[in-house]
Design a protein around this ligand. Structure first.
Ligand code: C5P
Length: 231
């Protein structure tokens, strides 16, 4: 018996990361932040001076990442140690997000990260957060959720998130970055960002995070009626 997976996909700024970390804590399941892996590859490649066009070398970086994740409180970024060095904050800025979406379009990078992502599937279960969790990495996931929100709303949320972390950004620039990253993620040939045919799609544009948590919990309870946790 393999462990159950809840795949949660969608672009950034939909509340996906926050909702996944709450769900993982509520269920006491493992959490995969797959976006962090692409960010780490981009960061590691940059620090090693690897040319962004050198797909073979980037694939090698992806396959051999010496990375350790440290679970964090719900709503906080997962801790990341690269070769023992804490890079939790270094990978969270917009430049690293943009660099991540560039390396993420390379087939050898995606292939290099596949086994590692699948190895997160362990009992009692996994919440998998990403872009292709339900379509490619865990196509047999028991539950697939796809979150959307308007670009304006996502830019506002990212702005607040980054500001709260002390990272200075310009809202208009952020909207331009989000639009560019969405286009790259949805239009790439390999594992494009799109809902799986059997995903439940939620538009979070006008929904606050507490209501979204309730909605997600109701959806999980419908799918797994044996879950007896309080809320
Ligand atoms: O979610 P996050 O913003 O950390 O992801 C950074 C980038 O990594 C995304 O813009 C996307 O290009 C890439 N990514 C991906 N597949 C995933 C998760 C993230 O291509 N499963």
């Amino acid at each position: 018996m393999t462990a159950p997976v809840i795949a949660v996909d969608g672009p950034s700024g939909t509340g996906k990361g926050t909702l996944c970390s709450y769900l993982a804590q509520w269920l006491d399941w493992h959490l995969l932040d797959s976006g962090a892996l692409y960010r780490i590859v981009a960061y590691a490649a940059q620090t090693q001076g690897i040319d962004p066009d050198n797909e073979a070398a980037l694939g090698e970086v992806a396959r051999n990442l010496d990375v350790e994740f440290i679970p964090s409180e719900p709503g906080r970024d997962v801790g990341v140690l690269l070769a023992g060095r804490d890079i939790t904050q270094s990978i969270r800025n917009e430049d690293c997000g943009r660099a991540a979406s560039i390396v993420a379009a390379l087939p050898q990078v995606r292939a290099g990260l596949l086994d590692r992502q699948q190895s997160f599937r362990r009992p009692p279960g996994l919440i998998a957060d990403g872009r292709d969790m339900g379509t490619v990495v865990f196509p047999d996931a028991e539950l697939k959720i796809f979150l959307t929100a308007s670009p304006d709303e996502r830019a506002k949320r990212r702005y607040k998130q980054l500001k709260d972390k002390g990272i200075g950004v310009n809202l208009r620039q952020l909207l331009a970055d989000i639009t560019e990253r969405d286009a790259r993620d949805t239009e790439r040939d390999i594992s494009p960002l799109r809902p799986a045919g059997d995903a439940i799609v939620f538009d979070t544009t006008d929904v606050n995070i507490d209501t979204m948590v309730e909605k997600m919990i109701r959806t999980v309870r419908d799918k797994f009626p044996n879950i007896t946790r309080d809320r």
